[in-house]
Design a protein around this ligand. Sequence first.
Ligand code: ADP
Ligand code: MG
Length: 220
Amino acid sequence: MPLILLTGYPTSGKTHRATQLHDYLTTRISSLPPSSPSSSLRVHLVSDHTLSIPRTVYNLDTKSQNERSNNASEKDARAMIFGEVKRVLSAKDIVILDHANYIKGWRYQLYCEAKAVRTSHCVVHVGTPVEKCREVNEGRLARRDTENGEEAEIEAVKEQDMPYEKDNWENLVFRYEEPNAFTRWDSPLFTVLWDDTSPPCEAIWDALIGSDAEGGRKVI
Ligand code: ADP
Ligand code: MG
């Protein structure tokens, strides 16, 4: 059913918020009476790591930090993500896309896909300040370097918890295109801040699914 796009700087907390949203939605759906049409909805979490797309697809290779064009491996990764969203998005499926979604043309493409299957969509902006995001990535880089230096038996770090190389991280921030609530493809737009305990889950539910009492399913 609806498509929920997370967006935000690298290491802003998108995976953390996507997990919270996933937990909220699955709990809410399972608490609905079987008579509610929404009780049969399924929730899918799609992200780079669920598709085994490594961080290295964002590597700069020969590009300079301020170059806008992105490389072929990143385009391939986006094609894979788009294919997966298209495969699972249906009248009975909610898709949470935990990805940077930092290009407005890409968000437009996903919005058109939601329209094509006649379902609702929204954007959740993880609005963590850039300094905080950088601190999180630098913490991960420092941990990786310490662990490598120690040559100890290291517990495998999950792909989603890996750092970005410093230049790649800066380049992704440079390329980031902020969502704009006045455009069709970025609205409705919800924002979640670092200190918020959770995303505005109820408002998101109401915007996308509608009231349970009505058994409402928003179709656009
Ligand atoms: P992203 O998916 O955007 O790269 P993550 O969700 O992996 O970012 O978050 C990066 C790190 O910051 C993780 O260790 C996560 O647990 C932590 N984190 C994210 N958001 C918050 C928050 N609001 N409060 C505290 N820690 C957070
Ligand atoms: Mg992540």
